[in-house]
Design a binder for this molecule. Structure first.
Ligand code: CTP
Length: 408
């Protein structure tokens, strides 16, 4: 399921402080099962040594077009023919200019020019000072290289090595990994608009206290990432969790079940798939005190009365869009026992075509899980695996069912 496993990448480093991040990137690529051939410009070698990159990739680094190690002395041909993609990270302003002009007087730009453009994509992770990034010459060159077929992965925003703050930082290695995974993943959900709820909700008792649950949001965030990798436009409505937003995913933060319902209602009219992974609080305190409830010294404890929260999934599943078949709804069930029986009953009760069951206490906060998928045809188990792998499998199953329902 790992889109990078078995891929062979040429990782090109041009000159920039961000070269230090490329060491971590090379390590992450190797960990994901990719093989990495590093090529460095002379400027890159001012920032990091070839020794480091060779040690991390297990392959000698190339730096010159006159490298006699190649029997035919054509490193630019041999290296580019063997690659599934060429990734330049960091890609300096100067290197973008070289690409735009088709320069070929050093190995890295030479191999970019010489690569078979149809079969070996070129991806760029730019890195430079914010003024250099904003300069019309850089933007003009970027437009040119995009027009010539390069994929520009974007830049980060924040503090820069020069002390200034703004756009132009190289993406973090983990962000580049997400972009690469998305690039190489089959686009099973292309054209779909996927709306996902994730995490717990928090129901206030007073301004400093409330009721919540142990959901970490990890499964929902993993599904959001997998859906985006599969080519969908993804909106993630997240309860209070401490997780980074997957790249390319639009996130709406909410607190309570009622906030979540409102956010979902605002988005559902555009969605074609709704996946409700959130552990929504079933009840909320009937009243939330305006000020902190104080002990009055009498030893009496406050009595809490509860009212039921709206059922977001059932509300969406009963809506006109879902009933007319334009919105495919997927529910989750977090159970503690009798998983299959509960999941079947919950599917009926919620009125959804697909319900995904898991054992809540065994998965809350963990990085792995096991799922059982229940639909009208029966059930299917997805054995214990990382949440990211399960998310990819689930997305593939949803895509298969969408194809099926749409073809039918
Ligand atoms: N759900 C929802 N809104 C709620 C409660 C649940 O959208 N107020 C969604 C969850 O996101 C999940 C599914 O419904 O997709 C199942 O939720 P769960 O709480 O496990 O089921 P309940 O219907 O509350 O049943 P029970 O508490 O009896 O297990």
């Amino acid at each position: 399921m790992n889109a990078l496993a078995g891929k062979h990448l040429v990782l090109g480093l041009s000159g920039g402080v961000a070269c230090y991040k490329s060491a971590e990137l090379a390590r992450l690529l190797a960990k994901a099962g990719a093989t990495v051939q590093v090529v460095m410009t002379e400027a890159a070698e001012q920032f990091i040594t070839a020794v480091t990159m060779q040690a991390l990739t297990g392959r000698p680094v190339y730096g010159s077009q006159w490298d006699a190690r190649e029997p035919n002395n054509m490193a630019h041909i041999n290296l580019s023919r063997a690659a599934d993609a060429v990734l330049i990270a960091p890609c300096s302003a100067d290197f973008i200019a070289r690409l735009a002009h088709g320069r070929a007087d050093e190995l890295l730009s030479l191999l970019c020019l010489a690569r078979p453009a149809e079969s070996v994509p070129l991806l760029l992770a730019p890195a430079m000072n914010r003024e250099m990034w904003a300069h019309p010459a850089t933007q003009r060159n970027l437009a040119q290289v995009r027009g010539d077929g390069a994929v520009v992965l974007g830049v980060g925003c924040g503090e820069q090595a020069c002390g200034e703050t703004g756009d132009g930082r190289m993406l973090e290695p983990a962000e580049i990994m997400e972009e690469l995974a998305a690039f190489f993943s089959p686009k099973l959900l292309a054209g779909e608009q996927v709306l996902i709820t994730a995490g717990p909700t928090f129901e206030a008792i007073d301004p400093v206290r409330g009721i919540t649950n142990l959901s970490s949001g990890k499964m929902g965030f993993a599904i959001a990432r997998a859906a985006r990798e599969a080519g969908a436009e993804v909106t993630l409505v997240a309860g209070p969790v401490h997780l980074p937003t997957p790249r390319g995913v639009r996130r709406i933060d909410v607190v309570s079940a009622r906030n979540m319902l409102e956010a979902v209602d605002g988005q559902a009219h555009e969605a074609s798939v709704f996946i409700a992974t959130a552990a929504v609080a079933d009840w909320r305190p009937a009243a939330s005190a305006e000020h902190k409830i104080k002990k009055d010294g009498s030893g009496e404890v406050p009595a809490l009365a509860f009212v039921e929260n709206p059922d977001i999934l059932a509300h969406v599943a009963q809506g006109e869009r879902a009933r007319s078949g334009r919105l495919y709804c997927v529910g989750f069930a977090a159970e503690s026992e009798n998983l299959l029986a509960h999941a079947r009953a919950k599917r009926e009760r919620k009125g959804v075509p697909l319900l995904v069951g898991n054992i809540g206490p065994a998965t809350f906060g963990q990085d792995d899980n096991a799922l059982v998928l229940v639909d009208g045809a029966g059930h299917q188990e997805l054995p214990r695996a990382s949440k990211q792998v399960l998310a990819q499998q689930l997305i593939a199953e949803i895509a298969r069912r969408l194809g099926h329902t749409r073809a039918a």
